[in-house]
Structures are given as C-alpha cells and as structure tokens.
Write a protein that binds this ligand. Structure first.
Ligand SMILES: Nc1ncnc2c1ncn2[C@@H]1O[C@H](COP(=O)(O)OP(=O)(O)OP(=O)(O)O)[C@@H](O)[C@H]1O
Length: 258
C-alpha cells in the first residue's frame, strides 16, 4: 500500500481542527482526486500524506519514493529551471531527466531562464518536473492544473495516466469536481474536516404530468415536487435511463440542464 492515513487530525497552534479523523488508503496504481472548497484543508491533507507535515492525531504512513508538487511552487529563485532540477536530482540521488521533462511540458523561455522570471504556469511546470524526478511510487499533486494552459492540461493528463500504468499511485487536489472525475479513478470530497465519496457530474431534469415515485430510483434525488411537476437531480451517466423511464411512466420532459 503506497500510502495510508488512519484517524488523522490536524490543528494549527491554538486554532480549531482543520482535519478530524481522516482515513484514506491509496492503493497501487490508484488515482485519487480530492475536491473541496477553499480552506477546507486539502493542502494540509496532502502535506501530511507526502510526509512534510505531522498530523496532530492519528498516523500517516507511506512506502517508496514520494514526488510532491506544492500548491504554490516557490517562484522567486534566480536559479534556472535546468540548474534547479539538476540540483534536485543530485540531492535526491536520481537520474537528471530535467531536459526531457521540460521539453515535454514546453517550458516557455527555455530551461536556462531564472525561475523567478517565469510566469505562474511555467514555474508550475518546473515544480511538476521536480515532483516527477526519480519516478516516484506516490505522486502527490496540489492543484496541479492551476495556471496551466489547455495544451499543458493534456500533457499533465498523459503524465498521470503513465504514472498509473507503471503501477505508481497519484493523489491530486482540485476544486472542480468535473475535472477530478475525468482524471481520477476515485474522487473524495473534503468537508468539515473529513473525507467522503464525491458525487459525480449531475443533471437537473424537470418532468411534468406523470405518476410514480422517484425516491427509490438509483442515482436520482428529488429536489422539488409541486404543482404537477418534479425536479430531479440525476447522476449524469444515469440520465438517459431516467428519461426513458419517465417517458414510459407518462411524464413529459420539460427541461434538462447541466
Ligand atoms: N501553516 C499554517 N498555519 C496556520 N494555519 C494554517 C496553515 N496552513 C493552513 N492553515 C489553515 O488551515 C485551513 C486549511 O488550509 P488549507 O490550505 O489546507 O486549505 P485548502 O483546502 O488547500 O485551501 P485552498 O483551496 O484555498 O488552497 C485554513 O483555515 C488555513 O488558514
């Protein structure tokens, strides 16, 4: 098991708890996405998972090499991307694959530009290259898509898939559930200090004029039912089946919204 959190709690100084009793097992070859609102504790959770911060309660264990991309990659360095990655490879005793990674991520300005002069997105690419050095068994990425352009989004998706395919595990955060569901094999939501499975993409369906109870229908939540119409919130991958059932039961479809 590449990483495991058991009953993890965290508070900073005299503040209230940020995490309370978080359990998480990251299996081999798994891609876990963690979503949650600003300040919900995602970065805190990832720092504990990567071994950079100690939990106030519970245990965090991991095996093998860990690659970590922080939420704000330090961008003020006068070192060039090439020199920084060479240095990181040397102190981590791994092959220097900086040139190959930066070429793949298309670092604008080239590998000899001081990191402090790179844009946010390009500095993020240097941080990502640093996390990938040494082919880690566990890749921990804090909001890796933030600041990346659409081409780089695609490259990052490929890198995550390749990491999974070589049997390593990935845990990332993002605040967009749709993106997380596209990229991850499992998506969890951090809310109120603990993790729970996150719902997938949902559609709103408004029906009118039929009969029958929707409450027992799998993947369907009745949001509103009055004046002869019902508003359903439906798992996107169930919406065609629900529409078919509705028509068979004599309902008319008034609206389908993303
Ligand atoms: N080093 C720290 N010292 C004190 N409080 C901290 C520290 N780091 C985070 N916090 C607090 O812990 C809470 C969770 O912060 P965290 O950065 O983990 O959330 P997040 O979900 O990653 O937020 P965002 O989506 O905005 O990046 C916040 O209230 C934050 O102010």
């Amino acid at each position: 098991m590449p990483a495991r959190l058991a009953g993890v709690g965290k508070r900073y100084g005299g503040g209230g708890p940020v995490l309370t009793g978080v359990d998480l097992e990251v299996g081999t070859g798994e891609v876990v996405g963690i979503v949650g609102r600003n300040g919900s504790g995602k970065s805190t959770l990832l720092r504990i998972l990567a071994g950079l911060s100690r939990p106030s309660a519970g245990t965090a264990t991991r095996s093998g090499r860990v690659g970590y991309l922080p939420d704000r990659f330090p961008g003020a360095s006068r070192m060039s991307a090439r020199a920084y990655l060479k240095h990181m490879a040397r102190i981590s005793c791994v092959d220097d694959r900086a040139a190959e990674l930066l070429e793949r991520l298309e670092l604008a300005g080239g590998p000899d530009t001081p990191i402090g002069r790179l844009s946010k997105g390009n500095a993020q690419k240097v941080g990502l290259a640093q996390a990938l050095l040494g082919d880690p068994e566990l890749l921990v990425l804090d909001e890796p898509w933030s600041g990346l352009d659409t081409v780089s989004h695609g490259v990052l998706g490929e890198i995550i898939a390749e990491t999974r395919d070589r049997g390593a595990s990935v845990v990332f955060t993002d605040h967009r559930p749709d993106l997380a569901h596209r990229q991850a094999s499992r998506v969890l939501e951090l809310s109120g200090g603990s993790l729970r499975p996150a719902h997938g993409h949902r559609r709103r369906i408004r029906l009118t004029g039929g009969t029958g109870d929707w409450a027992a229908e799998p993947g369907v939540h009745v949001e509103n039912a009055e004046n002869g119409h019902v508003d359903l919130s439906v798992d996107a991958d169930r919406s065609d089946a629900v529409l078919l059932t509705a028509l068979r039961r004599g309902w008319s479809v008034r609206e389908v919204r993303e």
